[in-house]
Design a protein around this ligand. Structure first.
Ligand code: CS2
Ligand code: MN
Length: 352
C-alpha cells in the first residue's frame, strides 16, 4: 500500500501502549507531540530524541507531529508575533532533525474542537463525542464548563473574555492576514528541512461563539493553499471535521486536493449530521454515518496518494476507558477498515 498508516499517541501518559499500537496490522507511523511545553516555547531536543527511540524500539516510525500549536498572539497579530514565529520555525527544524516529515497545526481561535458531550451513549452501549445545538444554545464560554479541549485550561475567565473580544475586533479578514504572515514565514523553513505543513480544518467548520473561523470550505481551502503555492503548504484533510457541514462535499474535496498533491495527512472518521445540524461521531463504516468513506478512499487510491492516514476519533467500546475519542479498540477497527478499503481500491485500479 502506498499510503502510510499512522496512529495518534499521547506519549507516556497515554493509556494505549506503543506495543499495542504496533500490533495493528499495517501500522507504520506514530503521530505525536511534545505535550509538556506551552505554546510559544521551544521543544527540548531530548524529548524528540526519546520519542523517536521509543517508537523505533517498538518497530514504529515517529514522523508525524500533531500539533505544534500556534500561539494566540500569532493568530491575533500581536507585537510579539515575530518572536513567536521564530520559535515556531525553530520547532519545525528540531522536529525535522529527528525524522519528522509532516507537521499538523490548526488556525482556530481560542478553542480547538467543540463538543457538548464526550460520552454520549448510543443504543449499543458504546459512547462517543457529540455536538447538540440543544445543549449548545444555552452555553456561554465565559461562564460554563464546556468541553473545549483546545482551550488551554490555564486561561482565566478574564483572559478568555479578552481573547474573544480581540478576535471580534480583527474578524475573519484579520485572521486571514495573520495566517498569511504565518505561512510566508513558516513554509520556506519547512521546505528547507523537508517537512510538509498540514493545516487541520476548523471543527466544526463554522463560527462558534461568534469567533471567526476560516479553514472551513473548499473556497477557503483554495484561498489558503494559494497563499504559498508549495507542497510544503498542504492540508490535513479531516473528513469528520469538514464533514459536519452538509455543504462540504468531502469525497469531491479529497479528489480535488489529492490530484493537486496538496494533502499531506488524512484524518479518516465518520460523523452523522442530524436534522437540526447537530452531529454525532460514529463508527468509521460508511453506513454508520453521513460520509461515504469508500468514495473518500477511492479518491485517494485513484490519485496514488502516498501521504499519511490515520483513523481519527473512535468510540469507546468493549468497556475501554481513557481519553475520549482516543481509545485503542475502535480506532484499531477503523485502521483495519481503512486498510481493507485501500487494498480493494488499489487492486481494482491495478487490474483496470
Ligand atoms: C482534532 C484536533 O483531529 C483531531 O483529533 O480533534 O484536536 C486536531 O488534533 C488539531 O486540531 C490539529 O491541530
Ligand atoms: Mn481530525
Amino acid at each position: 500500500m502506498k499510503m502510510k498508516l499512522s496512529f495518534r499517541w499521547y506519549g507516556d501518559t497515554d493509556p494505549v501502549s506503543l506495543k499495542y499500537i504496533s500490533q495493528i496490522p499495517g501500522m507504520r507511523s506514530i503521530v505525536s507531540a511534545v505535550y509538556d511545553v506551552k505554546p510559544g516555547e521551544v521543544w527540548p531536543e531530548e524529548a524528540l530524541k526519546a520519542m523517536k527511540e521509543q517508537c523505533e524500539s517498538n518497530g514504529l516510525v515517529f514522523d508525524v507531529v500533531e500539533s505544534i500549536p500556534v500561539h494566540e498572539d500569532i493568530k491575533l497579530g500581536k507585537p510579539d508575533a515575530d518572536r513567536l514565529l521564530d520559535v515556531y520555525c525553530e520547532n519545525i527544524r528540531r522536529c525535522a532533525k529527528y525524522g519528522v516529515k509532516c507537521v499538523t497545526y490548526n488556525f482556530m481561535p481560542v478553542f480547538d474542537w467543540t463538543r457538548t458531550q464526550l460520552d454520549k451513549e448510543a443504543k449499543d452501549g458504546s459512547t462517543s463525542l457529540v455536538m447538540y445545538w440543544e445543549q449548545m444554545k444555552g452555553l456561554d464560554p465565559l461562564k460554563d464548563d464546556i468541553h473545549l479541549p483546545g482551550l488551554d485550561s490555564s486561561y482565566t475567565q478574564e483572559e478568555v473574555r479578552e481573547l474573544i473580544s480581540a478576535y471580534g475586533e480583527i474578524g475573519e479578514e484579520g485572521l486571514w492576514k495573520n495566517l498569511e504572515r504565518f505561512l510566508k514565514k513558516v513554509i520556506p523553513v519547512a521546505e528547507e528541512c523537508g517537512v510538509r505543513m498540514a493545516i487541520h480544518p476548523d471543527d466544526p467548520p463554522y463560527p462558534i461563539f461568534g469567533l471567526p473561523r476560516i479553514i472551513t470550505c473548499e473556497e477557503n481551502l483554495d484561498r489558503m493553499l494559494s497563499i504559498v503555492d508549495s507542497p510544503a503548504n498542504s492540508l490535513c484533510l479531516c473528513t469528520g471535521s469538514l464533514g459536519c457541514a452538509e455543504s462540504n462535499d468531502v469525497p469531491k474535496m479529497v479528489e480535488k486536493y489529492a490530484k493537486a498533491d496538496r494533502i499531506a495527512f488524512m484524518h479518516i472518521r465518520n460523523v452523522k449530521i442530524l436534522e437540526d445540524g447537530s452531529f454525532e461521531e460514529r463508527a468509521h463504516l460508511s453506513s454508520c454515518g453521513s460520509l461515504d468513506i469508500y468514495k473518500i478512499v477511492k479518491a485517494l487510491a485513484d490519485n496514488d496518494f502516498d501521504g499519511y492516514v490515520r483513523p481519527d476519533h473512535g468510540r469507546m467500546i468493549w468497556g475501554e476507558t481513557g481519553k475520549p475519542g482516543y481509545g485503542l479498540f475502535d480506532r484499531a477497527l477503523g485502521a483495519a477498515y481503512i486498510n481493507g478499503l485501500f487494498e480493494a481500491c488499489e487492486k481494482e485500479k491495478e487490474s483496470n
